[in-house]
Design a protein around this ligand. Structure first.
Ligand code: 13P
Length: 247
């Protein structure tokens, strides 16, 4: 089976500045990745400055509500209006910092789809869960909450990112074999519902991806690109990762 089109997404998290926006703009404008979609997910205030330049843009979060009395929140429709094509949903940092439950995450996936955005649904286990050998079970639960709300047909409208919590920002990357095993599990879990959807959904890996380990990760049969944190803040490093996906 041919692989799906690669996608590399830079998640700046709560980092960045106008200087980084300028640096990243020039770097990305000067590059071409014919076979890979390259996506930048900066904090909200920088979306406007990046939107004008025809980048593929993503946001890092949105409200599960459509509109109304939710001070401090941003709706999926607003992000769409500002040129976002994607939005990260259910990142482990939000699950932890903001107590986002599996149901909250599922509702956000649904809201994003309804607004015409492509949600990047993040799943992944803690070190403790992995040590107990329960990573697949844990991830199945995260996926099932979303499946239950949106149904398998709508999974064709999302991207999934496997981000083991123990590999995020730790420099401790999952080995290509460990990552592939979970990606394969995710695909097989979805295959039980619909084999075509399972075969076509893009599944990204995230967790200490660097230019030096990107190529071996991306060459795994079920890994379709990466969700990049720290390394997406350095234009040269990020471009090298995009190049690895594009090769
Ligand atoms: P790092 O690449 O910094 O480990 O972060 C991964 C991540 O959380 C991307 O969403």
């Amino acid at each position: 089976m041919s692989k799906r089109r690669p996608l590399v997404a830079g998640n700046w998290k709560m980092n960045g500045s106008l200087a980084l926006v300028d640096e990243m703009k020039s770097a990305l404008e000067a590059s071409e990745f014919a076979n890979t979609d390259v996506l930048v997910c900066p904090p909200f205030p920088y979306l406007g400055s990046l939107a004008s330049d025809g980048f593929i843009l993503g946001a890092q979060n949105h409200s599960k509500f459509d509109a109304g009395a939710h001070t401090g929140e941003t709706s999926a429709a607003m992000l769409k209006e500002f040129g976002c094509r994607y939005v990260i949903v259910g990142h482990s940092e939000r699950r932890e910092d903001n107590n986002e439950s599996n149901l909250d995450v599922a509702e956000k996936v649904e809201t994003a789809i309804n607004a015409g955005l492509i949600p990047i649904l993040c799943v992944g286990e803690s070190e403790q869960t992995r040590d107990a050998g329960k990573e697949n079970e844990f991830i199945a639960e995260q996926l099932d909450a979303v499946l239950k709300l949106i149904g398998i047909a709508n999974v064709a409208k999302i991207v999934i990112a496997y981000e083991p919590i123990w590999a995020i920002g730790t420099g401790k990357t999952a080995s290509p074999e460990q990552a592939q095993a979970v990606h394969e599990f995710i695909r097989s879990h979805l295959t039980k519902e619909n084999a075509d959807v399972a075969a076509s959904v893009q599944i990204l890996y995230g967790g200490s991806v660097k230019a030096s380990n990107a190529a071996t990760l991306f060459s795994q049969p079920d890994i379709d690109g990466g969700l990049i944190g720290g390394a997406s803040l350095n234009a040269e490093e990020f471009l090298a990762i995009c190049q690895a996906a594009n090769a």
